[in-house]
Design a protein around this ligand. Structure first.
Ligand SMILES: Nc1ncnc2c1ncn2[C@@H]1O[C@H](COP(=O)(O)OP(=O)(O)OP(=O)(O)O)[C@@H](O)[C@H]1O
Ligand SMILES: [Mg+2]
Length: 266
């Protein structure tokens, strides 16, 4: 499926690939990947390829694009095959699915003698004219598929839900990303995104510390906690559709606008 719009067919426009990553579990990586992809398409009229790169398959399950008995698209890419199915999940958003077969492919590829880190990059190079953005939802672990995502990405966004261990988590992932610079010199840390944010004295202090001490950009927008974010997973709808006035939807809109403004140099 090819989506065309005037802006994206302008000469020189190329797909931007963004990995959503943190080795800490449950910090809203999938929620951020899903809602960022949805908003780029729905509000900013971008053509988006969303890649579920996590064997848990949460993003695929979210969109009802999960079949545990079939070799998933992200596993196919890892073993150098063309994905047999790319799911159209929203107007302007196509999805490459994941399930546990990605973990099997990951193990298989690790024992191969051939080069393993550049398979997703090679696949995305072929797709660069069809999309404005590729958003990759990553697992909370450094697997070969995670290394492939970092080798294929222009930027990473690190979602962080504040707690006492969150700040150590930022240090761990940023160190891993810096270590990968030899494999992908163009890779940049776009910024740290505070997610599932609840106002409390402790969170305000942790946020202040992070903004003052973190050597990377911390996005101005904080994604607010909202029960609607959990409910939306049952209805399989991005927040913009399910509950556009919820605090989480409002702040995801604000975040994607901030991201676009940074990109456009505003
Ligand atoms: N803004 C929010 N408000 C309330 N709940 C949220 C919000 N963002 C995420 N959640 C909930 O937090 C939980 C974890 O979110 P999510 O699955 O996106 O995290 P993850 O980082 O992808 O987890 P994993 O490491 O397992 O892949 C989910 O139940 C999700 O619905
Ligand atoms: Mg996830």
């Amino acid at each position: 499926m090819i989506f065309l719009n005037k802006e994206s067919t302008k000469k020189g426009k190329i797909m931007k690939t963004i990995s959503i990553i943190n080795l800490k579990g449950g910090c809203a990586k999938s929620t951020t990947a899903i809602n960022t992809a949805a908003l780029l398409a729905m509000k900013h009229k971008k053509r988006v390829l969303l890649i579920d790169n996590d064997p848990q398959g949460n993003t695929s399950q979210f969109f009802g694009a999960y079949d545990e008995n079939t070799l998933c698209g992200s596993a196919e890419i890892l073993i150098n095959k063309e994905p047999s199915n790319i799911w159209k999940v929203l107007e302007g958003v196509n999805l490459i699915d994941a399930n546990m077969t990605l973990l099997e492919a990951d193990n298989q590829v690790r024992s191969s003698m051939e080069r393993q880190d550049n398979r997703l990059a090679a696949f995305l190079e072929k797709k660069a004219a069809d999309y404005d953005y590729c958003i990759i939802d990553n697992p909370p672990a450094i697997l070969m598929c995670t290394i492939n995502a970092l080798c294929a990405s222009d930027e990473v966004i690190i979602p962080v839900t504040l707690d006492n261990w969150a700040l150590d988590g930022v240090e761990v992932i940023t160190r891993q990303i810096e270590a990968l610079h030899t494999l992908n010199q163009k890779l940049k840390i776009a910024g740290i995104l505070l997610t599932n944010y609840k106002k409390s004295i402790e969170n305000e202090m942790a946020e202040k510390w992070l903004r003052e001490n973190c050597p990377y950009k911390v996005f101005d927008t904080r994604i607010r906690h909202s029960e609607k974010a959990v409910a939306a997973t049952y209805y399989k709808e991005p927040l913009e559709k399910y509950s556009p006035r919820s605090a989480a939807a409002v702040t995801y809109r604000k975040f994607v606008k901030e991201l676009q403004e940074i990109e456009n140099g505003i």
